[in-house]
Design a binder for this molecule. Sequence first.
Ligand code: SF4
Ligand code: SF4
Length: 65
Amino acid sequence: MIPIVDKELCSGCGNCVEVCPPQAISLKDDKACIEQDYCEECGFCVAECPLDALEIRFPLSTDKA
Ligand code: SF4
Ligand code: SF4
């Protein structure tokens, strides 16, 4: 899953930008912005965010119809 940025929480500290291996994150208006085409879904950015502004949302249900 590609992380989602909570722009209300993001302080623009840049930690996630530095740890992203494919450099998929940039800061736009001091908010993290993930280029989804480049994201390798490693989760490093989520682990490094001090404000929990990055979140991976797993599907709520795996039920199959
Ligand atoms: S999950 Fe990995 S590849 Fe994707 S934006 Fe975060 S650090 Fe970069
Ligand atoms: S590490 Fe968190 S607070 Fe810092 S720029 Fe990235 S998303 Fe924003």
